[in-house]
Design a protein around this ligand. Structure first.
Ligand SMILES: O=P(O)(O)OP(=O)(O)OP(=O)(O)OC[C@H]1O[C@@H](n2cnc3c(O)ncnc32)[C@H](O)[C@@H]1O
Ligand SMILES: [Mg+2]
Length: 200
């Protein structure tokens, strides 16, 4: 069975990927199982950071690696926190601290001006020096709510309102989030790309 290293230390992502990558029929393992040290995310784009993380894991393990660099882009904040979503409230900040900072940054802003989207960029490398990585980018439109709702998901999900569904991402059953989310869509496209590239 093909092995794939998931170059992420985010428990929420790892849980989602364990379902999303099932169609591959590969053995998917977190980089922590191989004592891979987390890479520094020094890029200025999601793509660069995803490549840095995937390359770091492929280098350390000698195995194919997949990284996800993702975040929330808020129009009223000119796209912030964007690639800095995980460290919005400072290095090592918790989801709760980041959510509080986001709410404070948008205090008093009317609903019409609270548009936002999640981005997910996936980078798949067959080996560390792979010159033709598979790169996928997908987004998910929503609004930033004025107070948290729901217990599911992770990160900004309790504030991420889906007008068409009448729920936050944290109120969606996990299968439904996986079907429609930025990560869900990106993973579907990745599976298709890997199946198309598979040796016949
Ligand atoms: O880099 P890795 O180790 O994968 O873990 P991370 O949490 O640092 O991940 P990122 O650098 O990609 O930062 C993404 C942040 O964007 C947020 N985010 C991404 N996808 C999300 C989702 O589906 N739901 C809620 N928040 C999400 C969340 O706060 C993440 O910490
Ligand atoms: Mg990170």
């Amino acid at each position: 069975m093909s092995r794939l290293i998931l170059a992420s230390g985010n428990a929420g992502k790892l849980k989602e990927f364990s379902e999303l990558l099932q169609p591959l029929g590969w053995q998917v393992e977190a980089q922590s199982s191989y004592q891979v040290e987390e890479a520094e995310e020094t890029g200025l784009t999601f793509v660069e950071n995803a490549l840095i993380k995937a390359r770091n894991a492929a280098q350390a393990t000698g195995l194919p690696a997949l990284a996800d660099d993702s975040g929330i882009e808020v129009d009223a904040l000119q796209g912030a926190p964007g690639i800095y979503s995980a460290r919005f409230a400072g290095p090592g900040s918790s989801d709760a601290e980041n959510n509080t900072k986001l709410l404070n940054s948008l205090k008093g802003l009317p609903e019409a001006e609270r548009s936002a989207r999640y981005w997910c960029v996936l980078a798949f490398l067959r080996f560390a020096e792979d010159p033709t990585p598979i790169i996928i980018q997908a987004s998910w439109e929503g609004r930033v709510l004025t107070e948290p709702r729901g217990e599911g998901g992770f990160g900004y999900d309790p504030l991420f309102w889906l007008p068409d569904l009448g729920k936050t991402a944290a109120e969606l059953p996990k299968q439904e989030k996986n079907r429609v989310s930025h990560r869900g869509r990106a993973s579907q496209l990745l599976v298709e790309a890997l199946q198309a590239h598979a040796p016949k």
